[in-house]
Design a protein around this ligand. Structure first.
Ligand code: MFU
Ligand code: CA
Length: 194
């Protein structure tokens, strides 16, 4: 029994990685989005990673785009993700690093508060509140979300590529474990009835 539970757990771990395959395309904005590689970064390094990919840290123009991010890989379990909003140049004047105008905000209650006089960059999913924003120090560690520019996207187009090998390994070993368990039971049945 322990073995089928383990196999089911491995399969379960593989599934989210598979169904949240990023990069992801948002038809409403016509843009591709991805997670900046390399895990946690300060804000400047996350933005540099986004630029290296051909975009910027994400610009959230309206509630629909915010919701789309939550629904397409950057929602539960609600890690802190860097967005492109910042007031590095002029304290209290938040701008998008993409240069787009600020048309929408989704601040958590009491934010932005420039706590300690030292908070110039913005994360979403603050305190695991879905999507909500907080200003934090630029040297805070979070994962970046890149929004590619224009109609440009990652190369090659990921919609034509296969899932990550690690995902397939997890899915495959989960399936093999479950199938193996079923076969074992059949063998035991055959042995005891014969
Ligand atoms: C809140 C946040 C700050 C910081 C602090 C510990 O201020 O706005 O960004 O995380 O809590 C009181
Ligand atoms: Ca704050």
């Amino acid at each position: 029994m322990a073995r089928i539970l383990l196999a089911a757990l491995i399969l379960f771990l593989g599934l989210p990685a598979y169904s949240y395959a990023v990069p992801a395309y948002n038809p409403a904005t016509g843009h591709w989005y991805d997670t900046v590689p390399g895990g946690l970064h300060n804000w400047a390094d996350a933005e540099a990673g986004a630029v290296a990919l051909g975009g910027h840290l994400v610009t959230i123009n309206d509630a629909a785009e915010q919701q789309w991010l939550l629904d397409n890989g950057w929602g539960a379990p609600f890690f802190n993700y860097w967005v492109g909003l910042n007031d590095i140049v002029t304290e209290g004047t938040f701008v998008w690093v993409s240069g787009e105008p600020v048309t929408y905000t989704n601040w958590a209650g009491g934010e932005p508060n420039n706590s300690g006089g030292n908070e110039d960059a913005v994360v979403m999913n603050w305190n695991s509140w879905p999507g909500l924003w907080n200003d934090v120090p630029v040297d805070f560690a979070a994962t970046g979300i890149v929004e590619y520019l224009g109609a440009g996207g990652p190369v090659p187009d990921p919609s034509t590529t296969v899932p990550e090998p690690s995902t397939m390994l997890l899915l495959g070993s989960g399936l093999v474990g479950i199938i193996g368990f079923g076969r074992n039971r059949l063998f035991r049945k055959a042995a005891s009835s014969g």
